[in-house]
Design a protein around this ligand. Structure first.
Ligand SMILES: Cc1cc2nc3c(=O)[nH]c(=O)nc-3n(C[C@H](O)[C@H](O)[C@H](O)COP(=O)(O)OP(=O)(O)OC[C@H]3O[C@@H](n4cnc5c(N)ncnc54)[C@H](O)[C@@H]3O)c2cc1C
Length: 247
């Protein structure tokens, strides 16, 4: 009921301007965008991006908002998909001063605010960390004292977004590297399973809400592995980014 009473924000196309970029990994870039009239968002929500070619051809994709809620500006982190139609343009071509057409914020069930409480259990596969980072940044900005556990699965350390920021968070953060580990790595070293989720603090308890985000196979595997830990469909929320993936 509480979610239904959140204010409704009109979703219209707006033209923002890229004001800065951050190279997060060799294949991923954060776009900092100023958007006149942007109302802000709830952590977990996304935008639609629309590209228009000179001949009028248009392509549209969804991207989660990674920044904490703020009026007038937002950040996206886009991972380049080889041979993709939209992501290579966003990562390689777009730069400061360029316009970017977007609409949003979009999405209702995959959202969290500090007043929603916790324990907050966040499970990310690769770029699925983006909307979860918005939740973590909002929690940090509000100094919300909500018990929080984070598990991020990536193939190799170089593919982890927001590495330093994650390390500095006042939260229980775990990384699993599924393909390659640096020498001396002491974190997890395999794909998510129930035992790994348990060790990362993801066991069910009263009030717990789990957010899982990543590729379809990642989300399926993580959700199934949470059931033996006492979770039910009511406390698992999922966001699926794409058709494939290997983390
Ligand atoms: C709600 C939502 C939020 C999203 N948020 C983000 C985000 O924050 N950051 C981000 O980088 N992406 C995000 N995505 C994925 C994004 O919308 C695009 O699907 C992705 O950027 C690929 O688009 P493309 O045009 O480059 O590739 P396409 O031309 O659409 O596809 C090229 C090839 O790549 C495959 N493919 C498509 N998407 C993926 C994927 N995600 N992973 C692996 N293979 C894929 C296709 O099957 C196809 O074979 C989100 C998706 C959704 C639905």
């Amino acid at each position: 009921l509480e979610r239904l009473t959140r204010p409704r924000i009109p979703v219209v196309w707006r033209v923002g301007t890229v004001v800065g970029t951050v190279q997060e990994t060799p294949r991923a870039k954060t776009l900092q965008v100023e958007v006149p009239g942007w109302p802000g968002h709830v952590a977990g929500q996304s935008v639609d991006i629309r590209l228009t070619a000179d001949d009028g051809y248009q392509a549209q994709r969804s991207y989660s908002i990674g920044s904490a809620p703020a009026p007038g500006r937002l950040e996206l982190t886009v991972e380049e998909i080889e041979d993709g139609e939209v992501s290579p343009y966003l990562v390689e071509e777009l730069g400061p001063g360029d316009p970017l057409e977007l609409r949003g914020p979009i999405g209702g069930q995959f959202t969290w605010m500090p007043e929603d409480g916790g324990p907050l259990l966040l499970v990310a596969g690769g770029s699925g960390l983006v909307p979860l980072m918005s939740m973590l940044r909002h929690r940090a900005a509000e100094r919300a004292d909500v018990e929080t556990h984070v598990l991020v699965s990536v193939r190799r350390l170089e593919e982890l977004f927001y590495r330093e920021e994650l390390a500095g968070l006042d939260a229980d953060v775990h990384i699993t590297l599924t393909r390659e580990r640096p020498d001396g790595w002491t974190g997890f070293d395999r794909r998510v399973d129930s035992e790994l989720l348990r060790a990362a603090g993801m066991t069910h308890r009263d009030g717990a809400v789990v957010f899982i985000c990543g590729s379809n196979p990642f989300v399926e595997a993580a959700a199934a592995a949470l059931v033996p830990l006492g979770h039910t469909l009511q406390d698992i929320r999922t966001e699926r980014f794409g058709p494939s993936g290997g983390v």
